[in-house]
Write a protein of this length. Structure first.
Length: 254
């Protein structure tokens, strides 16, 4: 995902672009989960496919909002670009430790803010009686079967698919951009999302989990910090592998 102009941008622009894009992603992503699972919503019982499509459209909107920074809106995408051998994250932004940290900071803060906004949108429904795990599910992912090693494997595979295909999009003439990424996310959710809820994005899980811990949510229960490392480590590993795969796959034979 590249910016729509070739003029250099600053790290300040990158930071606020990633904050805005990731906040939009999480507002709509957490919002569709809230609509599907919280008591007395119009979308209650909408099911997993409704959530898949909602997250896909959330990515679609987030990419457009965050276009000035290249719309990574996901630390895994940033890591994948770094591992692919890219020289720039965005015009004028070299791949380096400082720029990488700026992307990460913007993404986590944006994810936190987007989750808070989703909470405010559904405030009265969070006040209804519901299991704490249901309310946590609005914010962060959790395994259908808790097995940390295999949960990590699932996140590695899902994120590998996400990042590898995004990198390969850059070599195709279609120029579908955000729509292609949105459909990819829908496909990953429908195909690989069952075991862990497909975080495939460390900021998407960590920022909202922090919001869940801090917000005054009635009967919210635990934020499940014992699982929180899985949707961080798994996606980062998957992204690094995808970047390496891209380098090998696209390097011309000698």
């Amino acid at each position: 995902m590249q910016t729509l102009e070739s003029e250099p941008v600053s790290l300040t622009t990158v930071f606020f672009s990633e904050v805005a894009g990731t906040a939009m992603l999480l507002l709509l992503g957490c919002g569709v989960v809230a609509n599907a699972v919280l008591p007395r919503t119009k979308g209650l019982g909408g099911g997993f496919l409704m959530i898949n499509f909602g997250w896909g459209l959330a990515v679609f909107a987030g990419v457009y909002v965050g276009w000035r920074s290249g719309a990574h809106i996901n630390p895994a995408v940033t890591v994948g670009l770094w591992a692919s051998g890219a020289e720039e994250y965005a015009p004028g932004i070299a791949v380096a430790a400082l720029s990488t940290l700026v992307y990460f900071a913007g993404q986590v803060l944006g994810a936190f803010l987007g989750a808070v906004l989703a909470f405010l949108a559904y405030k009265k429904h969070f006040e209804e009686e519901a299991d704490g795990e249901v309310k946590l599910a609005v914010f962060s992912t959790g395994p259908a079967v808790r097995s940390y090693g295999w949960n990590v494997v699932t996140e590695v595979i899902g994120t590998f698919v996400l990042v590898a295909v995004i990198l390969l999009f850059g070599n195709t003439p279609s120029q579908l951009g955000p729509l292609a990424v949105a459909l990819l996310v829908v496909g990953i959710g429908a195909s690989l999302g069952g075991p862990t809820g497909y975080a495939i994005n460390p900021a998407r899980d960590l920022g909202p989990r922090i919001a869940h811990a801090l917000l005054p949510i009635r009967g919210k229960g635990s934020s499940d910090w014992s699982y929180a490392w899985v949707p961080i480590v798994g996606p980062l590993l998957g992204a690094a592998l995808a970047g390496g795969f891209y380098q090998v796959f696209t390097t011309p034979a000698a």
